[in-house]
Design a protein around this ligand. Structure first.
Ligand SMILES: Cc1cc2nc3c(=O)[nH]c(=O)nc-3n(C[C@H](O)[C@H](O)[C@H](O)COP(=O)(O)O)c2cc1C
Length: 199
């Protein structure tokens, strides 16, 4: 059985919903999963002015906790085409893990959300994947076995590089069943791959 961490940041709840769906995929495949968010680093006045919502899961204890897992699925909203500073700040504190090679051989994957359909999802996914590759993780994407990522009949999240959702400029669009299914599929594939590699 693989042990998977879903590590995320979310200002308005879209990525938190996707994190739950990733965990559903992991657990549904018979594996263990914890969901943790990274600390909020924005000043309280910015959090209040922008209407950020509290994140509903527990906060990760610190970077060393990453070493306890066989796979790490990282979720972050898009900020100007890349990951949030909150998520980047967390990874900028993992130098000790990098020095010890503590994440080498673990499975890594990414999920994100944007306001706009073409607002930088793939570049954000790659900003996460870049960090994971530097740590020595083996990357799992959202392969085309997840057929629901194809089609232009409705707004669809999902890319070969990770699971995604689209929130709209005012945040009014919630993750659709297609988007959540992509997150579930990614969670299952990460867990199955981690079980094979760690076994
Ligand atoms: C400072 C800032 C920068 C943003 N940059 C982008 C962007 O480059 N492209 C985009 O489509 N949305 C952008 N957004 C919108 C967020 O990606 C959107 O609010 C987020 O995906 C919602 O996820 P959440 O509910 O988990 O916070 C930005 C939002 C903020 C506050």
């Amino acid at each position: 059985m693989a042990r998977i961490l879903v590590l995320y940041y979310s200002s308005y709840g879209h990525i938190a919903q996707m994190a739950d769906a990733v965990a559903e995929g992991v657990i549904g495949a018979g594996h263990e999963c914890d969901i943790r968010h990274v600390p909020e680093t924005a000043p309280a006045e910015v959090v209040a002015a922008a209407g950020f919502q509290p994140m509903k899961h527990d906060c990760i204890e610190g970077p060393d906790a990453l070493a306890d897992y066989d796979g790490i699925v990282v979720g972050t909203p898009t900020r100007y085409g890349r990951m949030t500073s909150q998520m980047a700040s967390f990874w900028d504190q993992t130098g000790g893990l990098w020095m010890r090679g503590a994440l080498i051989g673990k499975v890594g994957a990414a999920f994100t959300s944007t306001a706009a359909q073409h607002g930088g999802q793939e570049t954000t996914l790659f900003s996460v994947i870049t960090n994971l590759l530097h740590m020595g993780c083996t990357i799992v994407g959202l392969d085309y076995g997840f057929t629901e990522q194809n089609g232009v009949d409705v707004v669809r999240g999902g890319a070969p590089y990770g699971a995604t959702t689209i929130a709209n400029n005012d945040g009014s669009r919630q993750p659709s069943e297609v988007d959540l299914n992509g997150a579930r599929y990614l969670g299952r594939r990460v867990a199955e791959t981690a079980a094979k590699l760690s076994g």
